[in-house]
Design a protein around this ligand. Structure first.
Ligand code: OGA
Ligand code: MN
Length: 206
């Protein structure tokens, strides 16, 4: 299947079922490079404990989520990170052209979940964060196996789905869907982000 066909499939699934799994979105070579960059960042102390909520409502709560994050943007020095941002930009453009979602921007970060951490059931689009429309997660876990945990559970009215966080896989889903990162028994790597219906520099406005 070529990229154009894959895109059409993604668009169909996002509008019909609310999510899409895109395997090998990033090559295994590039996964290795991204993990190396995440490890460097983590060792140099640029990863911060992730919180919940925004601005004044921001809080840290280990009982809700246990990951450490580093925001990624155009100032990032790594070519491979820039390539990924470009890919997401292209994806955003074609989602707009085909689904009229009015996506204006996106925000994204590396996430590392240490062993025995999780992110309890939640939605990404909520009152204080009303501009997230499509969530995306690029998984970077080489040799992931059943038993390592860290699956992403997606909750629908009539069923649940568990997505395995395997290296190179991009998961796209509607940000209002309830989901949960199940307990990870290994260190878990990803790049997580959101396509927004507002320019990011303005998201502090209601
Ligand atoms: C999040 C999130 C999902 C995942 O960061 O909001 O739900 O699979 N991440 O990492
Ligand atoms: Mn989430």
């Amino acid at each position: 299947m070529n990229t154009k066909e894959k895109l059409e499939l993604a668009i169909d699934h996002l509008s019909e079922v609310g999510y899409f799994v895109w395997d090998n979105f990033v090559s295994q070579d590039n996964v290795k490079k991204l993990v190396a960059i995440a490890n460097q960042g983590s060792q140099s102390g640029v990863f911060k404990k992730a919180g919940i909520g925004k601005q004044a409502l921001f809080q840290l709560d280990k009982g809700i989520r246990g990951d450490y994050i580093q925001w990624l943007d155009r100032n990032n020095q790594s070519e491979i990170v820039q390539d990924f941002l470009n890919e997401i930009e292209l994806l955003k453009t074609s989602l707009n052209e085909n689904c009229y979602l009015g996506l204006k921007d996106f925000e994204t970060h590396f996430a590392i979940y240490p062993e025995h951490t999780f992110y309890k059931r939640h939605v990404d689009r909520f009152q204080q964060n009303a501009h997230r429309v499509i969530s995306f997660v690029l998984y970077l876990n080489e040799n992931w196996q059943e038993g390592h945990g860290g699956e992403l559970a997606l909750y629908f009215d009539d069923k649940d789905e568990k997505i395995q966080p395997v290296a190179g896989r991009l998961l796209l889903f509607r940000s209002e869907l309830e989901h949960e990162v199940l307990m990870s028994y290994r260190k878990r790597y990803s790049i997580t982000g959101w396509m927004l219906d507002k320019d990011m520099s303005l998201t502090f406005l209601p």
